[in-house]
Ligand binder design. Structure first.
Ligand code: NDP
Ligand SMILES: O=C(O)C1=N[C@H](C(=O)O)C[C@H](O)C1
Length: 245
């Protein structure tokens, strides 16, 4: 496949390595300095765009790609207040848009575990739920997109929780998310339930960016030829074999 990397930072480079190992051709490596190069690519020279840029750049990047008729796999976080506009554009253009706050297969298993745990805890309101996410100091957004997805999973199964907050103490209706920025941490997420006598805690720790990058390449292999809005649940429940080696 011919892949354009829209955003060529830490994730763009990790994705490039895995995409090439899997036999794909990188048709463009785009960052702020050479963004105009996109205009010189022929529509049919691109099978899929993989967009990992910045919260400020993502909407324009995705919009541009959909306008060109290119399927888009996006992992950029911190822009989802514009998600409805992008989804409407995707429908208008009969395009294909794939989004995940986290492309790691392990994190997507963790999302399921988080929901199962929340549904267990429904009968035990004395436990107070909270979350901590830790990332490298270059991360621009907080809380992480993954933490927001975890909070949404909790709210789906604990109906008394109606919103997430970043300031503590949280009220009985709120899920508190603490964001820490330390060194080069690729991404650690903990969900905990505290009572006066004990704590139940689950943690996902990424050891590198490899898991995120591999998931994004797998999504990019899956998307071309499809039309509509997709996420990791669509990919993981698909009947087609997924090469995650
Ligand atoms: N969904 C997931 O699984 C994951 C999501 N992410 C998210 O991906 C995003 C990128 O992360 P990361 O790679 O670590 O960040 P980096 O800061 O390392 O890289 C961002 C890249 O985007 C480029 N960029 C910024 N603005 C534009 C623009 N207007 N057009 C084109 N390129 C642009 C930057 O260019 P320049 O270098 O010139 O500034 C840089 O190359 C973040 O939002 C992060 O949260 C990260 C990991 C996993
Ligand atoms: O910025 C990062 O690095 C990461 N961002 C994503 C997020 O905000 O959840 C995914 C991963 O945790 C790494």
């Amino acid at each position: 496949m011919n892949i354009v990397l829209l955003g060529y930072g830490k994730m763009g480079k990790a994705i490039e390595q895995i995409a090439q190992e899997r036999g794909h051709h990188i048709a463009g490596r785009i960052d702020i300095s050479n963004r105009a190069d996109l205009d010189h690519l022929a529509d049919d020279a691109v099978d899929v765009v993989i967009e990992f840029s910045s919260p400020e750049a993502a909407v324009d990047n995705i919009r541009y790609s959909l306008e060109r008729g290119w399927p888009v796999v996006s992992g950029t976080t911190g822009w989802l207040n514009h998600r409805a506009d992008i989804e409407a554009l995707c429908h208008e253009k009969n395009g294909a848009f794939f989004y995940a706050s986290n492309y790691s297969i392990g994190v997507n298993l963790f999302f399921q575990l988080n929901k199962v745990l929340a549904s267990f805890m429904r009968k035990y309101p004395s436990y107070r739920v909270s979350m901590t996410e830790i990332h490298h100091t270059e991360k621009k957004d907080a809380p992480s997109g993954t933490a927001i997805t975890l909070a949404e999973g909790i709210m789906e199964h604990l109906p008394q929780k109606t919103r997430w907050v970043t300031d503590t103490p949280a009220t009985d209706n709120e899920v508190a998310i603490e964001s820490l920025r330390e060194g080069t941490v690729p991404g650690t997420h903990t969900v905990r339930y505290d009572s006066d006598v004990d704590r139940i805690e689950i943690t996902h720790t990424a050891h590198s960016r490899q898991g995120f990058a591999l998931g994004a390449v797998i999504a990019a292999e899956w998307l071309p030829g499809r039309q509509g809005l997709f996420g990791m649940n669509d990919l993981l429940s698909s009947n087609e074999p997924v090469n995650n080696e």
